[in-house]
Design a protein around this ligand. Sequence first.
Ligand code: H79
Length: 481
Amino acid sequence: MRNRILTFVLLLVACGNLCAQQKKSSDLLPAEQEIMLKYGADRLGKRHDAAMERFRSHRLGAFIHWGLYAIPGGEWNGKVYNGAAEWLKSWANVPSEEWMKLMNQWNPQRFDATKWARMAKEMGVKYVKITTKHHEGFCLWPSKYTKYTVANTPYKKDILGELVKAYNKEGIDVHFYFSVMDWSHPDYRYDIKSEDDEIAFRRFLEFTDNQLKELASLYPTVKDFWFDGTWDESIKKNGWWTAHVEQMLKEMLPGVTINSRLRADDYGKRHFDSNGHLMGDYESGYERRLPNPVKDLKVTKWDWEACMTIPENQWGYHKDWSLSYVKNSVEVLERIVHAVSMGGNMVVNFGPQPDGDFRHEEKELAEAVGRWMKKNGECVYGCDYAGLEKQDWGYYTRNGNDIYMVVFNLPFSKWLTVKTPKELKPVEAVTLDGQKVEVVETTNNEYNVKVPEKIIGDPFVIKLKVEIVNGSVDKYKAALT
Ligand code: H79
């Protein structure tokens, strides 16, 4: 009998565990079941101040991953590693002192911040996220808290400072990527297992605070901090610190935006707190992947930003891009529009060469994206989720009463199906260069939109003007089944 009871109890525990695992982090608890948290979400719902509106309306950004890892470009002692180039130190088990000898080779003679800014401008990105410090610990600014900085290389100059100035001059916002995990710091801990660990990690957190305060005061035009390397137990056990960092930066830089990846709550829950509320200002979990446009519409309720690599998974410069599939410009554009169609931003990554120039594939891709954006950017900038049922031909985006149909897949029928909610009626359809497009009503709240005669090879956009109607009459008979 006792055995039976024990089995029953074990089953209950197992089931409880399973249910807990199945519960997704973003699922909300009913209000009455919410628990008290000291370090949970600071706010419910989206931010609506001017700085956040600006972040949101930009929609398209670029990522720059540049550090010592660009020098070996994925190769160590004659062996080429397929993994992400910025993780090479870890793949090849290189001790920090040895890795940091790469600093003697940091001399990017072709680096020209003005050219980088022009390239970003041409591509149509509204902001650039720069790796101030990646996991390796090398700082692109002359930090006074470590010797591992640009100041102690043959190049000497403050790369970050030059970039902030050049991008801002082009009207492009700068966001700072910052890895909390720092492989170069003796006090970093992956977990806290002893009092010594606790003392060391306290020192590490102070060092990190100092670096962040330094960044905020040296470069006060920075608009956003994007934290990475925050997944370790040591950080999850110090949720208080992640809340403190967000508060500290917001006090120093009014309006600054912070990604959800920084945060852990009282129980070590990340991104979304134990009550299911988003921490930080926008979700940053979509890395090299996007929410499903049919199943994941819940993301339209909060702000989010996705980031993507051009090859499968290379952020820093890797010398051999033939090791994985490399996306073409249409595939990149499709991901940009996909993100916007669900109310998110998209950040496309670049990994500059050690000489300070960009590889030709990246230059060509930036140009192609820029050409398309110049013509069609209206369906990206300032746009949001449209609230219409997804169709196979592509994605909808929306700006007020203008709905954009961004067509990536042409149907043989040459008709594009549109299904609208009851209260919404298309009144006019035009291409972005003003050609009128035929719209035929096929049944209640369903329309066919004609593919324009003159379409070229690129994905194209049809602007659908809509009006809000109250209580439409069902003209078509429903089937009696
Ligand atoms: O900077 C780029 C990447 O280097 C960084 N984020 C983007 C923007 C990144 N790398 N990995 N990750 C993010 C995900 C983390 C994976 C991990 Fe693991 C899983 C870390 C610890 C467990 C795999 C296994 C990598 C190390 C051990």
